[in-house]
Design a protein around this ligand. Structure first.
Ligand code: CP3
Length: 347
């Protein structure tokens, strides 16, 4: 006999349909919070904040104290893995990330081996250990990494791109070298997420923010297969760990994604209809997401109405309430409080 885990997010991820969905929020720690901006200033810059375990734990805890989410996502960034593999990474204020670029087989071959990532990433494991001591006992700690395709789009282009053009060009010019890059990132991600789990992460999430630009065989080879490989390796080492996959803007390819990859939950962006996703995606297990982040800017009755629609659509199966993508810096924290209140009104 085993007893069901008590934490609501873990129960939903195990397939339980709860009377009201648990809630957490993508980009919970961010510039929309004045207390985050103060800690970032104290750290000096964004990457220094990521690598300072005390400050990174503090900015993870801030939104939990303010809003009492059921889950807390580790404060870090998907671009720490390229840095650990040997890429130069820096952030330009007001513009976003910049990296050294990889556009040749030699660039791929020069990356460090997967097990070297711990040299750079060990402060992140310390952040996790602090958080497991400091988080309220009902709050689930979520670790994360970028999925290989999304990470590769930054490593090839050296920055964010509207259409991931440089990564597509590399893939189309030299599929073998590009596949080698995806494999190198995947192997590093397995090491990184395993270490996060060993440090105390209770769930891990793979962000494939640019999955929507992969079509047909490319989606199979560079979104689905690398995710499946990472999940299989993590489940072999840590059979009990639930995994959330986020193939953002996958559209029709959300269907069957959990079955094909072994993910316990699929995160949905706001471009898919909740009723469609309930019938076609949630039938395979837990789903999360779907609320447009813009509602955190605009709030009001439109937010409440849209939330009720999403909660009703997913009420027949396991569901975790969340946004369809990260909250934006111009959001109003009062709207976040209203979102938490609204989802819990049924409790
Ligand atoms: O959600 C959380 O609170 C946990 C921490 C987290 C961050 N980034 C902190 C962050 C997580 C889970 C991420 C994931 C991430 N990072 C993704 C995947 C999710 C998504 O949004 O699609 C991507 C693509 C990145 C890469 C990245 N990091 C970009 C493109 C940017 C610049 C855009 C921006 O908002 O400025 C970042 C910076 C970043 N990562 C910030 C935060 C809080 C803002 C940095 C700052 O304080 O100026």
């Amino acid at each position: 006999m085993t007893t069901a885990p008590a934490k609501t997010i873990l129960r939903a991820l195990a397939g339980e349909t709860l009377p009201t969905p648990p809630i957490w929020m993508m980009r919970q720690a961010g510039r929309y919070l004045p207390e985050y901006r103060a800690k970032r200033a104290e750290a000096g810059d964004f990457l220094s904040l990521c690598y300072n375990p005390d400050l990174a734990a503090e900015v993870t805890l801030q939104p939990i104290r303010r809003f009492g989410f059921d889950g807390a996502i580790l404060f870090a960034d998907i671009l720490l893995v390229p840095q650990a593999l040997g890429s130069d990474v820096w952030f330009v204020t007001g513009e976003g990330p910049r990296l050294s670029t990889i556009t040749s087989p030699a660039g791929v071959a020069a990356l460090k081996p997967a097990d070297a990532v711990h040299d750079t990433l060990s402060p992140i494991y310390e952040t996790i250990r602090i958080l497991r001591r400091e988080l309220p006992e009902q709050t689930t700690l979520i670790g994360f990494a970028g999925a290989p395709w999304t990470v590769a789009t930054y490593m090839v282009a050296g920055r964010g791109t509207p259409d991931q053009g440089p990564a597509h060009a590399f893939k189309d010019a030299d599929r073998a070298a590009f596949t080698a890059l995806i494999d190198r990132i995947g192997d590093a991600t397995i090491e990184y997420l395993s270490a996060q789990i060993e440090a105390g992460a209770e769930v891990v999430k793979l962000f494939d923010s640019w999955a929507g630009s992969l079509k047909g065989q490319d989606f199979d080879d560079f979104a689905l297969a690398p995710t499946a490989k990472i999940i299989a390796a993590l489940k072999a080492r840590h059979p009990a760990i639930p995994i959330i996959a986020f193939p953002r803007e996958a559209g029709p390819r959300y269907v069957g994604f959990a079955r094909a990859t072994g993910a316990d939950c699929v995160a949905l962006d706001q471009s898919v209809d909740a009723g469609w996703a309930a019938a076609n995606v949630q039938r395979d297990g837990c789903v999360q997401g779907n609320l447009a982040p813009q509602h955190m800017v605009t709030g009001g009755q439109a937010l409440v109405d849209e939330m009720r629609r999403i909660v009703a659509a997913f009420s027949g199966g396991p569901h975790i309430f969340n946004l369809g993508h990260g909250i934006t810096p111009d959001a109003n924290p009062d709207n976040v409080a209203l979102m938490v209140e609204t989802v819990r009104a049924g409790r």
